[in-house]
Every structure is written in structure tokens, then in C-alpha cells.
Design a binder for this molecule. Structure first.
Ligand code: NAD
Length: 331
């Protein structure tokens, strides 16, 4: 029989948070969502996600900034069996432009989350780290969890690595059972407008030129959001496991970003960019902070939960394209 939990999900109106809250509430858990509504991308998308979440039984929402310790404590007072921490300043490239946002949310905010878990006796913490922690140190893809993560090549990656280390000390000192989830380029419906596939959809829809970085030659282990949510909900339901665990959550099927994006162009048919049989694209160079290749070895995940991400990009992208077209026409 499934144990019903009271769960705090931070970053709940973000892309992955929205999907995870929907799933946990559908599974009968009492879900409290927390988010600051950061304006890193279009707030209306977050408002629309929240409007849908508020219709679910067992879901409640608090607007708070995790970097504000006092505001965070007011939510933790409520008492949680588990915290799934997804709130963060995401994105590799923006960390070059606005490092302070990463220090505030991913370092100060993360330390506040740990302190609240200690103070309010939260027994279990799951949090989102990133494939970017592997940096360029391991030219050999796929990466296994024990690979070196000491040479991150962006501030974003460095903050995620720091979070992993901070969480280790809290788990050791206070017995907080901790699961580090290294996520790989997550895509899907209700996605993030700063990511290449969403930007391409916008360009296709509006008939504008699209900027393709590094000639589309970066290799990414694109992972469908439904697979991520399934993995996280199984990790959350698991009662065994060590005090501190790290898992890659990725498909293990890396593709060139150019090829991934071309699949999406086909799904938009004749509209937008495809004119005279050509896709009008600006080609830009490699971006500072980006790594050449990501690929997950998710063997450990599969051993732990009997599941690993597997949705083919054709299927995941087609779900995204259907959602995108419907979302745009309904507004
Ligand atoms: N999407 C991916 O490809 C991917 C890959 C690797 C890791 N991750 C990690 O997964 C998590 C979720 O990512 P996402 O793609 O859903 O991003 P997202 O930006 O859509 O969601 C993050 C949410 O956190 C909120 N937030 C940011 N700073 C906050 C703060 N100080 N206080 C409270 N809320 C704050 C934002 O408002 C946002 O709604 C993040 O930790 C991200 O770093 C995502």
C-alpha cells in the first residue's frame, strides 16, 4: 500500500515542478508548492501552470523566495515528511550574464533549505542537480555517478556541485536522507522558454529566424519530462536506500542538438521557418559554459527504482509540439 506523505515541492510553478506536483497530487499526496515566480522567463506561463495546479485536490501554494530565510521558515513550520527541492536559477548561459541570481537562489537559497530541513526535522530531501556537474572532465560519455565532478565549466554547474557537497554534510551531521538527482536536458509540454527547442518553436510559430549554437553539433541526452517525473515519484516512494545517494536521470540516448531540432521543424510542417524548402537559421559559435556532450548512464537508477527514462525524442517532441500549438491558439 502506498504511504501518503505531506510533501513540499519548491520551484512548483517551474517546468518540472508543475509536472511533479500534478503527479504527486494525483497519487493522493498532500502537496505544498512554493515558488518565488522569478521573472527569468515569461511569468504568464507560470501563472497558467499555477492556475491548473490550484484545481487539484490536495495542492496548496505559497509564494516565497528561498533566499529569504524568514519567509521560508514560515512555510516549513507546517511540517513535511519530504522536501523535493527544484527551485533554482536554471540555465548555463544566463549564469555568465547574471551570476548573482545563481548565488542567491542556488547557494544562499539552498543553504536555507538545508537549515529548514534540519530545524523542522524533515527526514527526506530529494533535490535537482544537473548533468552539467560532469563538466568537460570526462570526455568519455556516458557518465556514471562516481565520475569526477570537480571541474565545472560554468557557474551554474559550480552551484549545483556546491549543493551536492553541502547536502552531503547535512545528511552526515543530521541524518537527513538525501537523494541527489542529476537531470539531463529535460524537455516536454509546459517547458522552459529559454531552452533551444522552445525558442525554435517560438521562431517557427512567429516566422522568425532561429539562432543555432555551435552549428547544432553539441550532443545532448534529451530526456522527456514524463520520464523525469516517473523517476522522481518512484524515488520519493522508496523507503530503503542509503543515507546519501546520487542518481543520473537521463535517457542514455544522446543526439546532436541540430538533429533534435530538425525533428521539431518537421512537426511544424510548412509554417514559419521552412520557406522554399529551407530552414532559415543563424548559425552561432559554441557558447561559453556549454559542454560538448552529455550522456547519462542510468544503470544505478534502474537498479534502485526498476525504471529509467526511455521515451524516444520523436514521441516526446511530438507531445511538446501538440501542446505548444494548442497553448498558443488558446491564448
Ligand atoms: N530543465 C532541465 O533541463 C534541467 C536540467 C538539469 C537540472 N535542472 C534543474 O531542475 C530544477 C527545475 O528546473 P526547471 O527546468 O523546472 O526550471 P524552471 O526555471 O522552470 O523552474 C524553477 C523554478 O524555481 C523558481 N525559483 C527560482 N529561484 C527561486 C527562489 N530564490 N525562491 C523560490 N523559487 C525560485 C522559479 O520561479 C521557477 O519557477 C532546477 O533546479 C534546475 O536547475 C533542470
Amino acid at each position: 500500500m502506498r504511504t501518503i506523505m505531506r510533501v513540499l515541492v519548491t520551484g512548483s510553478v517551474g517546468f518540472i515542478g508543475y509536472h511533479l506536483c500534478s503527479r504527486l497530487a494525483a497519487d493522493g499526496h498532500e502537496v505544498v508548492g512554493l515558488d518565488s515566480f522569478s521573472d527569468y522567463y515569461d511569468i504568464s506561463l507560470k501563472e497558467n501552470r499555477l492556475a491548473r495546479l490550484l484545481r487539484l485536490d490536495g495542492f496548496r501554494f505559497y509564494r516565497a523566495d528561498i533566499a529569504d530565510a524568514h519567509a521560508l521558515e514560515k512555510v516549513f513550520v507546517y511540517g513535511f515528511d519530504m522536501v523535493v527541492h527544484l527551485a533554482a536559477q536554471a540555465g548555463v548561459r544566463y549564469s555568465i550574464e547574471n551570476p548573482t541570481a545563481y548565488v542567491q537562489s542556488n547557494l544562499v537559497g539552498f543553504a536555507n533549505i538545508l537549515e529548514c530541513c534540519r530545524k523542522y526535522d524533515v527526514k527526506r530531501l530529494l533535490f535537482a542537480s544537473s548533468s552539467s556537474v560532469y563538466g568537460e572532465t570526462n570526455g568519455s560519455c556516458p557518465n556514471v555517478e562516481k565520475d569526477d565532478t570537480n571541474r565545472p565549466v560554468s557557474l551554474y554547474a559550480a552551484t549545483k556541485k556546491a549543493d551536492e557537497v553541502l547536502a552531503y554534510s547535512y545528511s552526515h551531521l543530521y541524518g537527513i536522507k538525501t537523494v541527489v538527482m542529476r537531470l539531463y536536458t529535460v524537455y516536454g509540454e509546459w517547458g522552459r522558454p529559454d531552452m533551444a527547442y522552445f525558442k525554435l518553436a517560438d521562431c517557427l510559430y512567429q516566422g522568425e529566424p532561429f539562432t543555432l549554437y555551435n552549428g547544432g553539433n553539441d550532443i545532448r541526452d534529451f530526456t522527456y519530462v514524463g520520464d523525469v517525473v516517473e523517476s522522481v515519484s518512484r524515488l520519493a516512494a522508496r523507503e530503503d536506500g542509503a543515507r546519501y545517494e546520487v542518481y543520473n536521470i537521463g535517457c542514455g540516448n544522446p543526439v546532436r542538438t541540430g538533429a533534435f531540432l530538425e525533428e521539431l521543424v518537421c512537426m511544424f510542417g510548412e509554417r514559419g521557418l521552412i520557406k522554399d524548402g529551407r530552414c532559415y537559421t543563424n548559425i552561432a559559435g559554441a557558447q561559453l559554459g556549454d559542454v560538448a556532450c552529455t550522456c547519462a548512464d542510468s544503470v544505478e537508477l534502474e537498479k534502485a527504482i526498476g525504471y529509467k527514462p526511455h521515451t524516444p525524442t520523436q514521441e516526446g517532441l511530438s507531445r511538446f509540439a501538440d501542446w505548444y500549438k494548442e497553448y498558443k491558439t488558446s491564448r
